[in-house]
Design a protein around this ligand. Structure first.
Ligand SMILES: [Ca+2]
Length: 120
């Protein structure tokens, strides 16, 4: 499953979307990442828009999310590998299953992920 959640949706719903379900009105930052998911955030500290994946998958090109991810939390039961280039090329970082949330500014890889995979 892929879930893309605009950061602004909880505070300022778009017209016509007021009654749509949301991840959680009270959740903020990292806490918005559902247990069992890999979450990829636009901003540090789990802020901003984010993507969430809960099944083994490979994404060779991130489109609008290319070179955008600034923090990662792998809460999934899969290993996650992120790559600096598309098609699973370039420098790879592996994320443990049920790991800790990480700001990519610390390892110096902010806004540089271009593909990733979730694997057993
Ligand atoms: Ca970013």
């Amino acid at each position: 499953m892929t879930l893309s959640v605009p950061a602004s949706s909880a505070a300022t719903p778009s017209p016509g979307l007021e009654n749509q379900p949301r991840v959680s009105v009270s959740a903020d930052g990292w806490d918005r990442c559902p247990h069992g998911n890999l979450c990829l955030f636009d901003l540090p500290n789990g802020e901003g828009d984010f993507l969430a994946y809960s099944s083994a998958t490979g994404v060779p090109a991130l489109g609008a999310w290319d070179n955008r991810i600034s923090s990662v939390w792998n809460r999934s039961p899969y290993y996650a590998d992120t790559f600096r280039n598309p098609d699973f090329q370039g420098e790879m970082t592996s994320w443990d299953r049920y790991g800790m949330p990480v700001n990519l500014s610390i390892p110096g890889s902010d806004n540089s992920i271009s593909s990733f995979q979730l694997r057993l």
